[in-house]
Design a protein around this ligand. Structure first.
Ligand SMILES: *Cc1c(COP(=O)(O)O)cnc(C)c1O
Length: 492
């Protein structure tokens, strides 16, 4: 029998509402030395509340301790490996943070006059230049705030170009291995979505593509390497098929971590692509925070890029708003500037050869994991893989253990889970992307954990079915949380 105690630091932190007691506040202000004003008179009674129902009343130190304790519950890349596939959860070098926090960068204001913004504009110009070199394309916008936002921008550019040629067309084709944002983007841009099947190697079926591309198809959206971590080896042929019919090749560049310094999409026929700065170029991500989804395009699409665009006026930079064919703004001001600064810092700190080495290390790490785990887990597509590897739970499923069960068990071993059940064309997928920033020592720990889990499935499958066991909270009802979310705290 364990004696019930109330520990000083509880591992199951109360809700902040449970710490509340009436009248507690987190500030002390001196007495007013100006005449008091009735806030309702000053702001209008519609804008002033008498009270906020159930608002917690706590002191400053209670707020600090509450959130600090909660923060220790979090898994983070600074704590250990984060093998989520498709997410490129690499370590974010501190030098990027240092540069982004420099006063001139952090305090730059978008309404500052151009004469006083030349340094920030130079950052934008240099990042544009670097991304053009990396992608092999002709022009780039840094405005979009994330990958999906870049996709929408890119497809609106395609639409604008086709419209200027007389017909925006009707359909966008998306391989069945695509990220869900691709078909969603096509729909938002006013297209219907057609499906391209993957062949036995996990590649786009080129013969099917050749059959279905007609004058109604505006573009194909392809992720390369695909969400299976496989390079589309027929990409040049795909581009030729599309171009012959006046259609465009859109590349989802979320997996650029597998290509930077090795291959340039502009060289293999891509017309338009987005890059996830918060994946490939190291900005911290995962909490829905600011990101960057630059869109790079060929010359033909350049006139349609969002306004304003950077231009030279004598020796100075200026913003050019006079772009009659532009699709307009896609975001306030010039994009998430802090993310742009981090990306440029990352690129410059690595240099060309360093970026290439990072890519090679990312591929090496993923292939090392594949080689070590292949005896234990089913590999549904046996094509050479790039920066990530996708197994299936086919063998473990025979014991009733699914990918989600093993992912939960991985938490007991101190790792963040891999990506579960994606891509959807792999039944019971385990998608693993180590990135270049993990050492061999960390990879070996991860591999040992996975092998140990595979053995547990053979010996003690029941153990897996209600994992995790060593966490504060046991397995939660994820379906219930999604279907019937309780978003309000209710004391009654
Ligand atoms: C992450 C990702 C996206 C979406 O990017 P966001 O920045 O999350 O909007 C699109 N496609 C693929 C393949 C991705 O991995």
């Amino acid at each position: 029998m364990i004696r019930k105690v109330r520990p000083h630091i509880t591992q199951n932190e109360d809700l902040i509402f449970e710490r509340s007691s009436p009248g507690k506040i987190g500030y002390q202000l001196p007495a007013l030395d100006v005449p008091a004003v009735d806030p309702k008179a000053a702001l209008g009674s519609d804008n002033v509340r008498d009270e906020i129902a159930d608002f917690p009343e706590v002191s400053e130190v209670e707020v600090i301790r509450h959130f600090t304790r909660l923060s220790t519950w979090n898994y983070a890349i600074d704590l250990g490996m984060y093998p989520l596939g498709s997410c490129t959860m690499k370590y974010n070098p501190r030098v990027n943070e240092l540069v982004a926090r420099l006063d001139g960068m952090a305090w730059a204001h978008p309404y500052q006059p151009e004469e006083l913004s030349q340094g920030s504009m130079e950052v934008v110009a240099q990042l544009e230049q670097a991304l053009l070199e990396i992608t092999g394309l002709d022009a780039v916008t840094l405005q979009p705030a994330a990958g999906a936002h870049g996709e929408l921008t890119g497809i609106l550019l395609v639409r604008a170009l086709l419209e200027s040629r007389g017909n925006p067309r009707k359909r966008i084709l998306v391989p069945d291995s695509a990220h869900g944002t691709n078909p969603a983007t096509a729909m938002m841009a006013g297209y219907t979505v057609g499906n391209i099947k993957s062949n036995a190697k996990g590649l786009m079926d080129v013969e099917q593509l050749a059959r279905i591309v007609d004058e109604d198809v505006a573009a194909v959206m392809v992720t390369n390497p695909s969400t299976l971590g496989v390079f589309e080896e027929n990409i040049v042929q795909c581009a030729e098929i599309l171009h012959a019919k006046g259609a465009m090749l859109y590349m989802d560049g979320a997996n650029m971590n597998a290509l930077v310094g090795l291959a340039r999409p502009g060289d293999f026929g891509v017309d338009v692509m987005h890059i996830n700065l918060h994946k490939t170029f190291s900005t911290p991500h995962g909490g829905g925070g600011p990101g960057g989804g630059p869109v790079a395009v060929t010359k033909a699409l350049e006139p349609f890029l969002p306004t304003p665009r950077l231009a030279k006026k004598g020796a100075d930079w200026t913003w050019n708003y006079d772009l009659p064919q532009s699709i307009g703004r896609v975001r306030a001001f010039y994009g998430n500037f802090g993310v742009l600064v981090r990306a440029l810092a990352y690129i410059m700190a690595h240099g060309g050869p360093g970026l290439r080495n990072a890519t090679i290390d990312a591929l090496l790490n993923a292939n090392y994991i594949r080689y070590k785990l292949a005896p234990y887990f089913d590999l549904p597509y046996d094509s050479p893989n790039m920066h990530e590897v996708v197994f299936s739970d086919q063998r473990q499923a025979k014991k009733g253990v699914r990918t989600g069960d093993m992912a939960k068990r991985l938490i007991d071993y101190g790792f963040h889970p891999y990506t579960v059940s994606f891509p959807t064309i792999v039944h019971g997928a385990l998608m693993i992307e180590p990135t270049e920033t993990e050492s061999k020592m960390e990879l070996d720990l991860f591999i040992d954990a996975m092998i140990s889990i595979a053995k547990e499935v053979d010996d003690e499958p029941e153990l897996l079915k209600n994992a995790p066991h060593l966490t504060r909270t046991k397995r939660v009802d994820e379906t219930g949380a999604a279907r019937r979310p309780v978003l309000r705290w209710n004391p009654k």
